[in-house]
Design a protein around this ligand. Structure first.
Ligand code: NAD
Ligand code: IPM
Ligand code: MN
Length: 347
């Protein structure tokens, strides 16, 4: 007997609904081929949540997400809310916290057909294949924020337990990859980073088959551009992970191909592109849907064990790039709909 999987979708704002539609079209086509049975429950979230019911994470949306087998999120935010007291981003942080999605996995892969589009020299991106493991429910994002007229503060808080569980995730991932963890911190200045490095050393003893190296975040940012093939699994705190993962999108050539997965200890996982709602191109039908489509592939693999479906999607994306079908962020002419149709045709 097959069980129908419950997937909650949060399309959000800007290009969010455009790329969510693309991701769901691909999911439907793949599900047909592999016999994957699922239900979609679309819920308001982010700016769309504020507009619909005054809250970026409405209670009904949160309840549905908690009861789901997996969650697909496209993107939230936009200039309309820039000076609002309630912002779409608060919904994003709240769902991560409420679902305890502490482990954010952001893979960085170079597509053969896109190599010549990377701003880096070919020899620098040769062999690049790493994963950024970003701590997602702690650190400066969730410490006290205080804004006064002439002063402001943001507190960066980490417990050893929060650090330990994300470092363990990184080591577990490294065990099935290249067996190397690069832990990135700022331990020459920050107390949180001193604790981070100490815990990383302790966790490393549990994984004798994996090598641990430490890198300060400033030089790590430089290495990510000058020698990115050095990395296998990169693990770092919330804010550094946010910044470094956007930086890493320069290697494949665009944010528009970067998926992610966020996991908790035992609840449903959430899958989303690493980029935002791209207000500059929203509504034009030209957004690159690949980040969302590859997030669907990650969902099939990591939440549902549907490896064949995941590979089918990833290979169809490769094939489409090989055919020279590219959206504008990669210098091509394909619309979101054309890119999506080509990927489906290549499944
Ligand atoms: P952004 O990631 O939305 O866009 C940065 C640049 O990348 C823009 O030029 C955009 O057009 C381009 N881009 C991003 N995704 C693309 C795609 N799929 N195809 C083609 N081009 C793409 O960052 P921003 O402009 O700094 O932020 C816009 C809003 O998004 C802000 O409100 C921000 O808070 C929010 N945001 C949300 C998320 C999320 O939902 N997870 C992530 C990052 C930013
Ligand atoms: C991301 C985004 C979010 C973050 C923002 C929108 C709060 O940049 O998912 O990378 O900083 O985590
Ligand atoms: Mn970000």
């Amino acid at each position: 007997m097959t069980m129908t999987k419950k997937i909650v979708t949060l399309a959000g704002d800007g290009i969010g609904p455009e790329i969510m539609a693309a991701g769901l079209e691909v999911l439907e086509a793949v599900a047909d081929k592999i016999g994957f049975d699922y239900d979609i429950d679309a819920k308001p979230f982010g700016g769309a949540g504020i507009d619909a019911c005054g809250h970026p994470l409405p209670k009904d949306t949160l309840d549905a997400a908690k009861a789901a087998d997996a969650i697909l999120l496209a993107a939230i935010g936009g200039p309309k809310y820039d000076n609002a007291t309630v912002r779409p981003e608060q919904g994003l942080l709240a769902i991560r916290k409420e679902l305890n999605l502490f482990a954010n996995i952001r893979p960085v892969r170079i597509f053969d057909a896109l190599k010549h589009l990377s701003p880096l020299k070919p020899e620098r991106i040769e062999g690049v294949d790493f994963v950024v493991v970003r701590e997602l429910t702690g650190g400066i994002y969730f410490g006290e924020h205080k804004l006064e007229d002439e002063a402001a503060r943001d507190i960066n808080d980490y417990s050893a337990q929060e650090i330990r569980r994300i470092i363990r995730k990184a080591f577990e991932l490294a065990q099935v990859r290249g067996k190397k963890v690069t832990s990135i911190d700022k331990q020459n200045v920050l107390a949180t980073s001193k604790l981070w490095r100490k815990v990383a050393e302790e966790v490393a003893l549990e994984f004798p088959d994996v090598t641990l190296e430490h890198q300060l975040v400033d030089s790590a940012a430089m290495i990510m551009i000058t020698n990115p093939s050095r990395f296998d699994v990169v693990v770092t705190e919330n804010l550094f992970g946010d910044i470094l993962s956007d930086e890493s999108s320069v290697l494949p050539g665009t944010l528009g191909v970067m998926p992610s997965a966020s996991h908790s200890e035992n609840g449903p996982s959430l899958y989303e592109p690493i980029h935002g709602s791209a207000p500059d191109i929203a509504g034009k039908g030209i957004a690159n849907p690949v980040s969302m489509i590859l997030s669907v592939a990650m969902m099939l693999r990591e939440s549902f064990g549907e490896l064949a479906g995941a590979e089918m999607i990833e290979e169809a994306v490769d094939k489409t790039f090989n055919q020279g079908i590219l959206t504008r962020d990669l210098g091509g002419q394909a619309s979101t709909a054309e890119m999506t149709a080509a990927i489906i045709a290549n499944l």
